[in-house]
Structure formats: C-alpha cells, structure tokens
Design a protein around this ligand. Structure first.
Ligand SMILES: Nc1nc2c(c(=O)[nH]1)N[C@H]1C(S)=C(S)[C@@H](COP(=O)(O)OP(=O)(O)OC[C@H]3O[C@@H](n4cnc5c(N)ncnc54)[C@H](O)[C@@H]3O)O[C@H]1N2
Ligand code: MOO
Length: 400
C-alpha cells in the first residue's frame, strides 16, 4: 500500500510551507539591482528637495512690488539651472531665471517669459524686460522641501521597489539601499518520457513544459531562476545529482514523479531523506512532497501540468513572497457564472477575468497544458462547497 507521510488540507499544507521560510536577511544593493526587491530599512531624505526655493518657469525673478503691467525692469542677473543660490536682483530690477534654478534672495515672484516682450529660446541676456502680464505674488516659485522635507520617509520599509520608488530613492541621493535578497530558485522537471522543445518525439514521449512553466512563473515574480530538465526516471542517478541540485539555490522545486506509480523518481530518491510525500485535499494537485534537505526547502509538485501550475501558485509562490519579504496578498474575486462540483477537496478552477468577474474556463483537466494559456488565474472553491452561485466571492490565485 502507498505510504503517506501526511494527509493535509490546502491550508495545513500552506502552513507547513511557511514554516520553511528562513529568517529575514538584509543586503545592500545598488539601485540598478534593486527593482522588484523589498526595502528592508526605510529610506529618508537627507536634505530638502528642492534644496532651495526654485523657479517653476523659464522667465524673470522679480520683486512683486516692482511689477506694473506694461512697465519695464532692467535685467541685472542671469540664473541658469545649476547656479549657486545668491543675492539679487536688486530693488527695481529683474534676474533672468531658468526652470529649476534657485530663486535669488530678494525675488518673490517669477514672471514666465511668455508674459514678457522677450522671445522664448536661446536669446542673449536682454538689458531690460517689459512685463505684459502681472502674475500673483509668489507665482512660479517652488518652496524648498516642497517635494520632500529633510528627514521625511521617502520609501517605507516593506515597500516593493518599483520604478517610481527607485526614482524617488535616486532623487534623494540613495545610490544603494538595504533590501531583502530575492531567493535564488532552481526548478527541476523529471521524467523519462520528457524531451526538450526542439527535440523530436518518439511514440510515448512528450515535450517538457513544466520546467518552462515553473521558471517563467518564478521569473515573472522577479526571481533569478535556474531551470533543469532531468529526462530520466533513475532514482540512483537523481540521488547522485542531489548535491549539485542543492548547491547555490535557496529553494528547489521538482515536478513529476511524486505520486504512487512504479517509477516515481523524485519520491524514490527523496522520500527516505527527510522529504515527506503525502496527499493534499485539493483538485488538481493531490500528490505533494515537501521538506528541507541540507537546509534547502524542497517542493515536489505533481507532474500533470495544470496540477503543477496550481501547486506552484498555491504553495511555492507564498514561500517565495514570504522569503522575499513581501506580504502574501489574499485575493478574492466574484464568480461570473454558476459553478458545480463535488465537495470534499479544495478545487482550483482555471478562469479568465471578464469585467472583474472570474469566468471558469471550459477545459479543466489536469493534462490540458495548452489550455493554461490565456487564463488569468484560478478560482478557489472551498472543499465543503458543492455548487457556487454566480456573484458569490471566491478565493483567487492570479497568474503573475
Ligand atoms: N494510482 C494513482 N495514480 C495517480 C495518482 C494517485 O493518487 N494514485 N495521482 C494522480 C495525480 S492527481 C497526479 S497530478 C499525477 C501526478 O503524478 P506524478 O507527480 O508522479 O507525475 P508523473 O507521473 O511524472 O507525470 C504525470 C503526468 O504529467 C506529465 N508530465 C510530467 N512532467 C512533465 C513536464 N515536465 N512537462 C509536461 N508534462 C509532464 C507526464 O507525462 C504525465 O502524463 O499522478 C496521478 N496518478
Ligand atoms: O489532481 Mo492531479 O493533481 O489529477 O492532476
């Protein structure tokens, strides 16, 4: 009889998965290497940004009290962007100023060049400027610190660094940041029947899609991935390969060879080495193996491609999210049409999102790998439910 190390619900198995998350580590990374990582230590602005009062327009810095519509002012100063903040213009005069340049002390208003008789563009410094329109006091001047004040938090600890967070860090002078390192992931498909895409197939063989699926899922989540395809069912050979497979990775994910057949290579090689093989009350994805080998968490997912995809999203992804320091988000979605089914196991039903509602796909068998293409995710029907009515909310595992 088949020996099972455990029989678990989906929730119990996920708890076992989360027990294998290592304590959080912190590394320094250059900004160019930080996209998608989680900030471990909040970043603050070391100085005001803008660092001085700055002009918001190309124009003329003046004292508002000196402005008269149609009047002229002598131009006594030129302030390009990058100029040091300084004195002037004196009373009754104007300073030419460019966008972003520091507003000289004394000036309290900037008149945009469009409101004067000076043409736009690269003209020599004029001797005087005629004011066509008088703007309100303080116009076109940005206060120092009006973006962020010195000492304020720019990006909070725990944030996932996206393009906007990275630009905020760059703007406040952070060349490096303290982040949670992204776990290194190794995915391994197994099976004597497998051939790589591009290789011809003999009768009974099929192309390995699971290693590509798992690698692409992990890469979509921002992880570095090493993809391995072991095209044999030789438990001794796999045992000999284990040190190499465990080396230089933070997580090892197998597909295939996890159930009750006579040639279950993963189960045979790992079953006696601290990896437990059991059943999770789910459909698809029932046979699963899980444990830690030489300090590396090892996931053994079933070989059927849809079961492999669901298992990755339901168990591997929560581990990756937690290990990377991201909070595991629980998603829910409204069901788009009535869904029948047999209670007893949590069902994962491939679906597309239409107008925000999850509409179950027609094809739902575990071998139908090409039917995964185009899905938005999987609806999660609780084990105790039989049919679920349209409009009810269900759990949702989005495909990244
Ligand atoms: N007697 C029983 N048989 C099966 C059980 C069971 O409980 N008792 N469970 C079934 C379920 S559920 C699943 S899922 C599969 C899981 O099987 P394995 O994990 O042992 O996977 P394999 O036998 O190696 O492969 C199953 C299926 O998937 C295809 N496959 C495998 N790897 C890949 C790959 N990399 N790319 C594409 N396709 C792959 C493989 O050719 C098989 O068709 O077991 C059921 N049987
Ligand atoms: O449940 Mo298996 O996981 O039939 O495909």
């Amino acid at each position: 009889m088949e020996h099972l190390a455990w029989q678990r619900t989906v929730e119990q198995h996920r708890e076992a998965v989360l027990c294998m998350v290592p304590p959080p580590a912190v590394v320094r990374r250059a900004l160019d290497e930080a996209l998608g990582l989680v900030l471990a230590v909040g970043a603050t602005a070391p100085a005001d940004l803008p660092g001085t009062r700055a002009s918001a327009m190309d124009g003329f810095a003046v004292r508002h009290a000196d402005l008269v519509q149609g009047g002229t002012l002598p131009v006594t100063l030129d302030v390009p962007a990058g100029a040091r903040p300084g004195e002037g213009p004196g009373p009754g005069s104007a300073a030419r100023i460019m966008t972003g340049a520091p507003v000289p002390t004394g000036a309290d208003t900037v008149v945009a060049v469009e409101y004067t008789d000076i043409p736009r563009g690269p003209v020599p410094l004029p001797h005087q400027v005629r004011i066509h329109r008088v703007p309100p006091l303080g116009d076109a001047i940005r206060a120092a610190g009006s973006d962020v004040a010195a000492g304020s938090v720019v990006v909070a600890a725990g944030s996932v660094l996206d393009a906007t967070a990275i630009s905020a860090l760059a703007a406040t002078g952070h060349a490096e940041v303290s982040v949670r390192p992204a776990p290194r992931v190794r995915v391994v498909s197994t099976g004597a029947e497998l051939r790589s895409p591009g290789q011809p197939l003999a009768a009974g063989q099929l192309h390995d899609s699971n290693s590509f699926l798992m690698a692409a899922l992990a890469r979509s989540l921002g992880h570095q991935v090493d993809r391995v395809s072991l095209q044999h069912d030789d438990a001794e050979a796999l045992t000999a390969e284990l040190p190499r497979l465990l080396h230089g990775t933070d997580i090892l994910v197998f597909s295939g060879g996890a159930s009750a057949g006579a040639f279950e290579v993963v189960r045979q090689a790992l079953g006696g080495r601290g990896i437990g093989f059991g059943h999770v009350a789910m459909q698809p994805g029932k046979p699963q193996g899980l444990g830690v080998l030489d300090g590396v968490p090892v996931f053994c997912l079933p070989g059927n491609p849809v079961a492999c995809a669901v298992s990755f999203l339901a168990f591997v992804r929560p581990w990756l999210d937690a290990a990377a320091g991201r909070g595991g988000q629980q998603h829910r979605v409204q069901l788009g049409q009535e869904l029948g089914g047999k209670p007893g196991r949590t069902r994962f039903v491939g679906a597309v999102l239409r107008e925000g509602r999850g509409v179950p796909a027609a094809a739902r068998q575990s071998h139908q790998v090409t039917r995964l293409a185009g899905l938005d995710g999987f609806l999660v029907v609780p084990a105790e439910r039989e049919s679920v009515a349209a409009g009810e909310e269900l759990g949702w595992l989005p495909l990244p």
